[in-house]
Design a binder for this molecule. Sequence first.
Ligand SMILES: *Cc1c(COP(=O)(O)O)cnc(C)c1O
Length: 404
Amino acid sequence: MSQTPTRADFDHYMVPNYAPQKAVPVRGEGSRLWDQEGREYIDFAGGIAVNGLGHCHPVLVEALTAQANKLWHLSNVYTNEPALALARSLVERTFADKVYLCSSGGEANEAALKLARRWAHDQHGEHKHRIVSFSQSFHGRTFFTVSVGGQPKYSQGFGPVPGGIVHGQFNDLDSVRNLIDDDTCAVMVEPMQGEGGIIPADPEFLQGLRDLCDAFDALLIFDEVQTGAGRTGSLYAYQQYGVTPDILTSAKSLGGGFPVGAMLTTDRVAPAMAIGTHGSTYGGNPLASAVALAAVEYIDTPEVLEGIKRRHDLFREHLEAINRQHGVFREIRGMGLLIGAEMAPAYEGRAKDILPLALEEGLMALIAGPNVLRMAPSLVIPEADVAEGMARLERAVARLVAGQ
Ligand SMILES: *Cc1c(COP(=O)(O)O)cnc(C)c1O
């Protein structure tokens, strides 16, 4: 008879690249989770900005199970209805004319970077291959995306990194002016840095990047893997900024917990991804596409998007109240339901110490670097769960302050 797996099995059987918390959740519903011991948690982490509709949302369960009884996989030798419907829905809701489907954010960015290089190669020649990205940015864990990402700890120690990549300073247009030239094929940027600390781009910065890209015929790539699929209160953050990229990548909340990624682009750029240039066995998988289509159609409605803005204000009010009591935060920032609370100087680097205390109090949260407490809850989290989660967070913060 097989034994129930435990947290100890992780250390026995899994490659040691993660250090998961002690609790092993077994069931989720909405914004609540239960672990093996039956302890209940409120979820402000949302699977790292993935569970956009919480856990086991009936609309997604229905989409998944209906598709599970019809067709699971075909490969790209055939197309399928859910993939076509998802692509069409994304095109109708955004700037894009064409969509490439894959299974994760890293893969979507890998496709975006390869497309940009290939487009520039075909339009201008071999020399136009330089990529500008930003310090502290995060674009995934494939070797190309860690190299473009601005956190050297993720790309060091794996041998020679791909060349032709330079990093400017986020929200500093002059730093980009010094790097961009006729050899630049693309500028890749997150409209709000996620892993880098929940730092929204200044509108003038994104507009300035657009203008520089136009001046040098480089492609502007928005990595909306974390900010997309409703997270910031519009389907994609670019729609609020009013700055349109040439390529946009989406994943995380797009699948609501089912692995899926998408790269969106225009008819000007898409032809560079000609037959045979790129691919993925699972890209456009019917199960993933059916769930993502249901998620997009559910999220991209005035009710849900307005609800995200209302919940943003609610999160802010609660965090400010905690801060009035304990003075632990220097700044509370973010957009929609991607919210960061940067620690005050007296608590420098201590955001990570809140997480185990919060877990003991029955709350799951995240950090974005050691100094920023991050929250990325369900986009439809009930207000009662926000209030109860914040009461638990307050207790965790009080214990941090008391030195427990
Ligand atoms: C999470 C994330 C990625 C990587 O997505 P994966 O699905 O883990 O490959 C890329 N870019 C941003 C901005 C992210 O937040």
